[in-house]
Ligand binder design. Sequence first.
Ligand code: GDP
Length: 478
Amino acid sequence: VQPASLVTVMFHLGEMVTATQSVNDEVLELLAQELNYKLEIVSPEDEDRELLDTFDITFGEDADDGHAVSRPPVVTVMGHVDHGKTKLLDALRKTDVQRDEAGGITQHIGAYQVRTEHEGQDRTLTIIDTPGHEAFTAMRARGAKTTDIVILVVAADDGVMPQTVEAINHSQAAGVPIVVAVNKIDKEGANPDKIRSQLTEYNLVAEEYGGETMFVNISALKREGLEQLLEAVLLTADASLELTADPDMEAQGVAIEAHLDRGRGAVATVLVQRGTLRIGDSIVAGDAHGRVRAMLDENGNNLKEAGPAQPVQVIGFTSVPGAGDTFLVVDEDRVARQIAERRQARERNAQLAKSRRRVSLEDLNKVLAEGKIDNLNLILKGDNSGTVEALEDALLKIEVGDEVSLRIIDRGVGAITESNINLAIASDAVILGFNVRPEGKARELGEREGIDIRYYSVIYQAIDDIEAALKGMLKPEY
Ligand code: GDP
């Protein structure tokens, strides 16, 4: 259909649009009806399923003839800032009964496992090592369900705060059970009972109050109550979840963190959700692919294989996958590459559509001339995909009003390159570097061309700056 006739039909339907504007699904339905077209709306997930279908691959299920065995629960720690999430993550790591104190150096690879004794049995828990709900939501937004149980940390000397409520909302929306860790009970003025009664308002009723939620008083600082907390997590898992997976299939799961390492290239931590991942496997994660050359656990030990609920650092990707990307193992390198390439192409189209969210290049000049719209183009570079994504998400959430729009025209992991600078020149963009700097030549080029490159190591600072810049660009109201 000619764009012009679409605009006309829309006009008759009472909607003023331009030929390059995006419309929502309902409007598309109307258009299709009006023009007598059969409309099929395909979600990115559907599209990906179709792609995998063509290779006869099913993602997300145990093999038909497989046999599932029980697996460790995967736990995420959430709660308000300063309530002790980081401290708790460190403390829990140290409770591992098998940790080899003398051996390898512990590294933060995005997740770790702790072994504990529970009702006379050795049990393992997998703990996602990124505090807060950003990572949780980012993964959920991509359709990856990684977390089985949430530990909600609430400081007993403070109480329920906005991010506590957010964490509860996110967990409940995802249908993930919560265990409450009432932290900082060592502090003067700590009132753990107050936390229990406050949380009843959010449908978290403590067992001792006749509810179903387990509350455990802890001190992350003094490392008290940690065994009881792990116990409560296992009890909750055993009571309400059936955690099993088939270890005998080609591995599938999710990438939880990834970055570019100078010496080792692309390094990604993946959480195996089913199957067993082995050295030599052909792997594809999001639009990155490769072959597993080495696997390391959080203690720096080399592994030959990793089974369900095990997090491992994988070396061997030819590019950096995104945090929250699902991964799968396929028979051949060729298949991995083809899947990756098809996803890259799709991603490019999606980005193009996204970057045109408010204005398109086609009508930009016109609207600029009319003085209706100003436009800020951004290029994001960071040291790992998680931060770049978090930054992008936060930036796109900035309320900018109708007169200004913000476009992220490119993003990526690694140093700022000449091609980034060239893009900034071509599109009048500002570059945000998150813990990264320009390469030698890129720096010269940027300086010569007067490109505005800003460096950050704290997301909120970047957001604040952009917000301020946007406000400055807003037309004064009379
Ligand atoms: P996060 O922002 O939730 O990750 O909080 P942190 O783990 O960074 O902790 C915030 C502050 O509270 C730090 O100064 C910690 O040392 C302190 N803290 C954490 N847990 C405890 C605790 O159990 N008792 C006391 N007294 N202080 C704690």
